[in-house]
Structure formats: C-alpha cells, structure tokens
Design a protein around this ligand. Structure first.
Ligand SMILES: Cc1cc2nc3c(=O)[nH]c(=O)nc-3n(C[C@H](O)[C@H](O)[C@H](O)COP(=O)(O)OP(=O)(O)OC[C@H]3O[C@@H](n4cnc5c(N)ncnc54)[C@H](O)[C@@H]3O)c2cc1C
Length: 455
C-alpha cells in the first residue's frame, strides 16, 4: 500500500485513531487462536458509522483488504489481518444508542463488551443471554454477532443469532444501510440479519445492533456430578435432553481435563469425568428439575460432586483451556468446536479418545454439551513435524466423523482460517452460492478476504 493511500486513510480520522506504530500493529496482528499473526499496514480505530463508510470507500477505490476487529478473542484466525491490508478496530464504539426496557430491546454500538452491557442491564432485571463463557469480559457484541457466538447458557436461551433484530451495516462499497427491524415476529422477505450473524466480517461491517434481551432468572441452582466413565457422563447429557429437562447449562469435563485442572490449580478434584449443571427459574421448578437430573445421573452411576467451600463449578470450568495449555511445556493446542445431534455425544467422546490413542496424541474433551457441542483439545509439539501432522490428522478425522453424523465443523467459533480446509466438505455446492452472496455485498472482495472460503 502506498504512502499516499495511508495518508489519505489517516486524514479521515483524528490522529489518535490511526497508527502504523509496530507495537500497535503487533497487538492487532493476531487473535486468540494459535495461528501465526500477520502484521497489517495500519490500524484505524473508528468511532462513527460515517468514518467507517469513508474508510471503506477509500479501501474500495484502492482494493485494500479490511479486517474488522472487536476484541480479537476469536479462536480460529478470523480476526488475523492481511499484510497488505488494514485493521478496522471498532472497540472504541461502545455507546448504548437506544434502550427499550419495556420491549426487552437495546441498540448498541458494536464495540460494547458483553459483560459491560449486562452490568448496565441488570438494574432493570434484564440480560443479553448468549454468554460466550470464558471471554464474556472481553468479547464485543459486534464480534459475537459476527461469529454467532454461543456458550454456557445457550441450552436454555439459544445463541447470539436468535437475539439480533436489526443491524446498521456498511457494505464493501462503503454504502450504509439498515437491515431488519424491531418486530419479533417476522415473515417479510429474505432474512439478511440472520445472514450477517456468523459471517465473520466477510459481508459487511456492523456499526450498530438492535438486540433482544431476556429477564434475569428469578433463582439459580448449580449442581455437579462425577461419573465412572466419559461415556456415562455423555449418556447422561443426552438422557437429560431427551426427558426435556428445563436446564440452563450443561458443561462436560472429561477425565483428562480434570487431571489438567488439578495440575494447574491444585483443586484436588476426584480425577473422573464430570457434569456441571445450572437451572434457572422459580425455586420450586428448579428444585424439581434438579431432582430429575440427579435421578438420571444416578442411573448412569453419576454421584453428586461435593466441592470444597471455596470452589465454584463455573470458576473451575473457566480454567479448562488454560489448564490444557499449561499441561505439557512446549506443547501447543490444536482445537475444534464440532457440533452434532445430541444423541451422538457418547459416540463422539469415545471416538475422539479412540483416534487420539491410535495416533498416539494427547486428547481432552469438554464443552457446552447440552446442545451437542464438543471441544476436542489436542496437545502436540509444533516443532515435532511428525507429531503435529498426526495431531492434524486426528483433528480432521473428528471433523469428518462429525459431518458423517449430520453435524457441523463449528458450533460456535466459526471457520476463520483454522477450518477452511474442510468447509466445502460440509457445504458442498452451497459454497458457490455463498461466493455469489459475498460478491453482492463486497464486489471487490476487500472485507476480511480469505476467511471462511476463498473466492
Ligand atoms: C477464553 C475464551 C473463551 C471463549 N469461549 C467462547 C464460548 O464459550 N463461545 C463462543 O462462541 N466463543 C467463545 N470464544 C471465542 C470468542 O470470544 C467469540 O468468538 C467472540 O464472539 C469474539 O468476539 P470479539 O469481539 O473478540 O471478536 P473478534 O475476535 O474481534 O472478531 C471475530 C470475527 O468477527 C468479525 N467482526 C468483529 N467485529 C465486527 C463488526 N463490528 N462487524 C463485522 N465483523 C466484525 C471479525 O472480523 C472476525 O471475523 C472464547 C474465546 C476465548 C479467548
């Protein structure tokens, strides 16, 4: 990119909103994936829709790639920029633009952080439910919409897409438009809002979002169970779903994760697979649901887990990825977030461990399993070519088995760069239609090019 274009871009915003400083470029060069970062030419911190539109127009005229960035907490490389492109950082756009508590709706700028929004809403007894779990304190609402994030409480409340009503967007030509409206029931033509959810910044830049909210639960109850085998714990999950239990969260930790947690935090937990459950609602309802859950678990040899006074299930769960990261010095994580019909959970947990054993690779499985989502975290040494290759084979086998069972490559983190290789295996010729859709939003392919699929 020429100095002239960089100067032109710099002239569009106040000087504290533009940088080519190596330290600042290093921050936006990567996301939370283990993929290598890429240093862009510049970073621009937009503050208004109009600024974004002007920046996109200059980039459109000069065919400069733009990677939009919220908090950069994505896990599949979707926020990694291009070397000849810019990062458009919207994390300073944090305003609440409109609030309709009686309608359970709010309109926000894209950079507002998930936890900050919920802190604002809690005084009115409201919240934005699709918690991205461990990243709620950093993830932005724009990033959550763009990855269709979902997490701990999605069993009861659903994922981000279910809450998005309207968006103000800037397309790849710089045009500003509003899509969607504030009606909850809608049957009016193509749903472009749903299309934008999960599009990873490849179709348009979101400059504001009108989202639905839910009432904070009257009461909550957390319970935990320990099982004799990973399979029984997994079976208990599908049984609980089959019984139609009203349950807010079901988190699964296999034996290997519990071992890693004990190693990192000295929890002294019994080294057996576990389920952490949470129920929301009026006291009587949550008590009867919890009792039913306990009897289902006990039929599969699940026993209530008594935690020490200072131990909380979600705090323990929070450290799961960190515990795997620190388990073996010199090893890196290769991850996935496959999702499949819930009855396949026992088979998938077993399959992950079977292929890992066969390829002599260290495997951990856990996740928000209540909706059939499983993380298989593989540990391998990058500098050991053979081992890293075998880890990749195991990862691909898990994804292929998921697809055979009618599942998807990604239940929550998106495709980014990390899972592009198998995207066409999942979607077949539908990828061609996706390419044509992108062409309409982004005729010069400047919006986060190379992510999800190649043009
Ligand atoms: C410890 C940890 C735990 C996590 N747990 C979960 C979990 O439980 N569930 C889950 O779903 N995810 C989880 N994640 C992943 C991540 O936090 C989510 O994907 C989150 O939604 C990303 O938000 P962000 O603001 O960091 O987005 P970014 O990483 O900045 O961006 C993500 C994608 O969205 C695009 N984007 C961002 N903002 C905009 C915008 N305004 N307009 C258009 N495109 C945009 C980017 O270009 C990129 O493609 C976790 C991550 C970590 C580090």
């Amino acid at each position: 990119m020429s100095t002239k274009i960089l100067d032109e871009l710099a002239s569009l915003v106040p000087s504290d909103q533009f940088s080519t400083h190596p330290d600042q470029l290093a921050v936006v060069a990567r996301d939370e994936s283990t993929l290598p970062g890429v240093t862009p030419m510049a970073v621009i911190w937009a503050r208004t829709t109009e600024e974004i539109s002007k920046i996109v127009k200059v980039c459109y005229n000069n065919e400069i790639p733009i990677t939009t960035r919220g908090a950069g907490s994505a896990l599949e490389g979707s926020t990694i920029p291009l070397a000849d492109g810019i990062v458009l950082d919207v994390s300073r756009m944090t305003k609440i633009l409109n609030y309709w508590p009686d309608d359970l709706q709010v309109q926000v700028e894209p950079g507002i952080i998930y936890d900050d929004l919920n802190n604002y809403l809690k005084n009115d007894g409201l919240f934005f439910p699709p918690s991205p779990g461990g990243s709620g304190d950093i993830a932005t609402v724009g990033g959550m919409i763009s990855t269709n994030a979902s997490g701990i409480y999605s069993v009861k409340y659903g994922g981000t897409r279910e809450y998005v009503l309207a968006l103000e967007i800037i397309t790849g030509t710089g045009e500003i438009m509003t899509i969607g409206n504030r009606a909850i029931k809608r049957s009016s033509g193509y749903n472009l809002v749903d299309l934008l959810s999960g599009s990873e910044g490849t179709l348009a830049i979101i400059s504001s979002a009108t989202i639905m909210l839910a009432g904070l639960p009257e009461d909550r109850l957390q319970t935990a169970f320990v099982f004799g085998s990973d399979i029984n714990a997994a079976k208990a999950v599908s049984e609980m779903r089959r019984y139609g239990l009203d349950i807010a969260a079901i988190e699964f930790l296999d034996r290997a994760i519990v071992q890693a947690l004990n190693q990192l935090k000295e929890y002294k937990l019994s080294e057996s697979p576990m389920l952490f459950l949470e129920f929301h609602g009026p006291k009587e309802a949550i008590t009867s649901n919890a009792e039913l859950a306990e009897s289902i678990c006990s039929e599969l040899d699940g026993k209530p887990l008594t935690l020490a006074d200072n131990q909380r299930p979600w705090e323990i769960r929070h450290w799961a990825t960190e515990a795997v990261k620190h388990r073996k010095p010199g090893y890196s994580i290769m991850r996935n977030d496959v999702a499949f019909p819930i009855s396949c959970l026992p088979e998938m947990v077993e399959y992950c461990h079977k292929v890992a054993r066969k390829h002599d690779i260290t495997m951990h499985t856990f996740g928000h399993v209540g909706l059939g989502l499983l993380h298989a975290l593989i540990l391998a040494r990058r500098d050991n070519t053979d081992e890293w290759h075998r880890a990749g084979q195991v990862n691909d086998l898990i994804i292929k088995r998921t697809l055979e069972l009618g599942g998807t490559i990604s239940g929550e983190h998106g495709i980014g760069l990390g899972h592009k290789n198998l995207f066409a295996t999942e979607h077949g010729s539908a990828v061609d239609i996706m390419r044509k859709i992108k062409q309409q939003f982004d005729p010069k392919h400047i919006l986060n090019p190379g992510k999800i699929f190649d043009m």
